[in-house]
Design a protein around this ligand. Structure first.
Ligand code: NAD
Ligand code: DAU
Length: 349
């Protein structure tokens, strides 16, 4: 019987990961530890909250005394570490919050697991969920490989890079049983509307401007979130200890083309006149230090573990829009309150 700790399980990716594990592995106990920051929302897990193999614990990954007690209570055999501050724009405004949570939080979690496991690493895994942003910014050509040198350029990516280094240091120093994956941009249901895709869906619905940073020429490699968590499941169970795996969709879009695709599909679904949502596109001041292009080479994951993305982007975007249209109440809940203050500060409106 495994008891698995998922951190940040009330967030976007964490909630999909929690749902997958709770449903697919009824003989595992899944404990979701989340601080419930602005990004954490238990509504994301309404459908599994009463399942007998699911437990929610509210707590902070930077609180080592609390983590020690948690590990002593549950004797976890695995950790899937998703909790983080995750939004680049917020890291530009408040870098220390990112260093605190992402660096100190990850180090505290490693330390609590190491003390509890006490050198007995048989059938134990500490899996750190990381990002392709640690590799920096690409020009028009090339890909990020697992061997690409780290070159983070935002406070967010630097904090994630630091946490990756600490996780690897535990492996090399203590033979601590780690795995890491670095994934490209995710999209799908339950994505908080501070990120480009859900923000634009929300604004199109409300006929509000669609803020495009700079010229909209920056490129991201988009992956449907359920494909990401399927990859995590594969790596958690079949990946090698000490290894890093890149995860990506081979699905590059410039921001402007992506937003135009969103506008096209939303016009069709909402029965609006063709081209009407595109009129909302507004070019705004660029993000400071805006990385030009991310693109993942996920060959290692494909060749070694047989994982491939399942959805074409147009299909994934269509499913995503349908979800937001069917879940207006979720969107309304997460955009009330503090969201309005954040939006005014970030976009000056
Ligand atoms: P998110 O912001 O939606 O969720 C983060 C979750 O962590 C929230 O539920 C929040 O309450 C929780 N959390 C924050 N600080 C905490 C703390 N101190 N203690 C306990 N819980 C805390 O993030 P996401 O987009 O789901 O990303 C999850 C992970 O995946 C992150 O580590 C991120 O770096 C990584 N990642 C994200 C993407 C992406 O496109 N979103 C891509 C690659 C990797
Ligand atoms: O690559 C993985 C990363 O993807 C994750 O590690 C991060 O947690 C996640 O937030 C995401 O980072 P990005 O900065 O790429 O995502 P975001 O949705 O914020 O922005 C996507 C692109 O759109 C980026 O080039 C900036 C641009 N953008 C974003 C916003 C919010 C705009 O043009 N306008 C906007 O209003």
């Amino acid at each position: 019987m495994h008891t698995i700790l998922i951190t940040g399980g009330a967030g976007f990716i964490g909630s999909h990961l929690t749902r997958l594990f709770v449903i697919k592995y009824p003989n595992y106990n899944i404990v979701n530890l989340d601080k419930l920051t602005y990004a954490g929302n238990l509504e994301n897990l309404k459908d599994v909250e009463n399942d007998p193999n699911y437990t929610f614990v509210k707590g902070d990954i930077t609180d080592l005394a609390f983590l020690r007690e948690l590990f002593a209570t549950y004797n976890f055999t695995g950790v899937l570490h998703c909790a983080a501050e995750s939004h680049v724009d917020r890291s530009i405004t408040d870098p220390l919050a990112f260093i605190h949570t992402n660096v100190l939080g990850t180090a505290s979690l490693l330390q609590a697991a190491k003390e509890n496991w006490n050198g007995n690493y048989d059938n134990k895994t500490f899996y750190h969920i990381s990002t392709d942003e640690v590799y920096g910014s690409l020009g028009a050509e090339g890909f990020f490989y697992e061997t690409t040198a780290y070159d983070p350029r935002s406070p967010y990516s630097a904090s994630k890079a630091s946490s990756d280094h600490i996780v690897r240091a535990f492996y090399h120093t203590y033979h601590f049983p780690i795995k890491i994956s670095n994934c490209s941009n995710n999209y799908g249901p339950y994505h908080f509307p501070e990120k480009l895709i859900p923000l634009c869906i929300h604004n199109i619905l409300n006929n509000k401007p669609l803020p495009i940073y700079g010229k909209g020429e920056n490129v991201r490699d988009w992956l449907y979130v359920e494909d990401h968590v399927r990859a995590i499941d594969t790596i958690f169970h079949n990946g090698k200890i000490g290894e890093t795996y890149n995860i990506g969709g081979h699905n590059e879009w410039t921001n402007i083309d992506l937003v135009k695709e969103l506008c096209k599909q939303m016009d069709e679904k909402l029965g609006r006149e063709k081209g009407s949502s595109e009129k909302l596109i507004t070019y705004v001041t660029d993000r400071a230090g805006h990385d030009l292009r991310y693109a993942i080479d996920a060959t290692k994951l494909k060749n070694e573990l047989g994982w491939l993305p399942s959805l074409q982007f147009e299909e994934g975007i269509s499913k995503t829009i349908d979800w937001y249209l069917a879940n207006a109440q979720w969107l309304q809940h997460v955009t009330s309150g503090n969201y309005q203050q954040y939006y005014s500060k970030q976009y000056g409106v």
